[in-house]
Ligand binder design. Structure first.
Ligand SMILES: Cc1ncc(COP(=O)(O)O)c(C=O)c1O
Length: 356
């Protein structure tokens, strides 16, 4: 039996994608082998690769002055690739310290170059994002790094900072579920294991006119990925193949605008239960900054939270435990989580409240 999976990543994928993958696993389109056994230099794989790149661009409504790259190492490798490729001697990088993932990105950048907090929420941290005017940019800043949605803390930047430097955005947990004004961004990246496919791969959108460092080891160099169309070494073929199938469906469903709307509507179903519960369920985030993809909530005590998780599991609702660093509960509502699954969760939350 398939359960309803609200995991924060890896996460639910569309059943029809999984079925199609299964049906192709032994013999990919009459080739007599699986796609993942095939040479990555074959014409068959090349078509899958280029099609996935085209779809990743189309889905994002990304203009031609950006390259689309597929880079292994997840979003985490981007924490170091960004400063390695962008920072020159004497330049600085601003980081908006909005939550757990932003801090990880900042920690890695600090090992590589001169990174500084352009906003640190202090006691507000993890409850809200900065308002656009609160972000302070120092002299010689090359870029401002933002984490547009904090997966662990359940907060989302409603507006991007208005700054005179390019934005570099980790959009992992709302990747392609939000239309953006590309003219403000230098790099947009995200791990695909939330909205788009299996773990291990990042999609990186890189503005073509950004000056890039040279002399880096091959895999760490954006230039190397651009020149090889992300085929410089053996790519993560399975990830790219599955992502291509997910993207085909998302584009057919209406692209980024449709996914943004669907995601917001799913989140509203859960927030409504929280807000109508007279404080039984609590979400600590300022309402306008609530995440659309990661709804965090607490119950009156940890004993009840444990009971909630166990009862939910019995009903086939899984992956609802909050991140180990913060506890509580979290429902992640990525593209593969159907509205039906979210309605089942909302019903369950209401009846759990009624019986406790
Ligand atoms: C916002 C954000 N950034 C980065 C990461 C790290 O991604 P990966 O595990 O692909 O390295 C995650 C993973 O959950 C995330 O949510």
């Amino acid at each position: 039996m398939r359960v309803y999976n609200f995991g924060a990543g890896p996460c639910a994928l569309p059943v029809d994608v999984l079925e199609e993958v299964r049906s192709e696993l032994l013999d990919y389109q009459g080739t007599g082998m699986s796609l993942i056994e095939m040479s990555h230099r074959s014409a068959t794989y090349d078509r899958v690769h280029r099609r996935a790149m085209d779809l990743a661009r189309e889905m994002a409504a990304c203009p031609d002055d950006f390259e689309v790259l597929f880079v292994q190492g997840g979003a985490t490798l981007q924490f170091s690739m960004v400063p390695l490729n962008l920072l020159e001697d004497g330049q600085r990088a601003g980081y908006v310290l909005s939550g757990s993932w932003a801090r990880k990105a900042y920690a890695d950048a600090s090992k590589i170059g001169d990174a500084y907090p352009a906003w640190d929420g202090g006691s507000d941290a993890y409850r809200r994002m900065p308002s656009p005017g609160e972000v302070v940019i120092a002299d010689r800043t090359r870029y401002l790094h933002v984490t547009t949605n904090e997966t662990i803390d359940g907060i989302r930047m409603p507006e991007f900072p208005d700054v005179p430097v390019p934005l570099v955005a980790d959009m992992s947990s709302e990747l392609l579920a939000r239309r953006i004004d590309w003219s403000r961004f230098g790099i947009v990246y995200g791990g695909i294991q939330k909205n788009l496919g299996p773990a291990g791969l990042a999609v990186v959108y890189l503005r073509r006119d950004l000056p890039l460092a040279s002399g880096l080891p091959s895999y760490l160099s954006y230039r190397w990925h651009v020149e090889s169309a992300s085929l410089g070494n053996t790519p993560a073929m399975f990830q790219i193949y599955v992502m291509g199938k997910v993207l085909e469906r998302l584009v057919a469903r209406g692209g980024v605008d449709a996914l943004e709307r669907e995601t917001r509507e799913k989140a509203e179903l859960v927030y409504r239960v929280i807000d109508d519960s007279d404080g039984f369920y609590r979400n600590p985030v300022e309402p306008a900054h609530r995440s659309h993809t990661n709804v965090v909530f607490r119950l009156p005590d940890e004993q009840l939270e444990a009971e909630f998780l166990a009862a939910a599991q019995n009903e086939g609702l899984v992956g609802l435990k909050g991140h180990r660093s913060v506890g509580g509960l979290r429902a992640s509502l990525y593209s593969g989580v159907t509205r039906q699954a979210v309605e089942a969760l909302a019903d369950f939350m209401r009846s759990f409240h009624a019986s406790h």
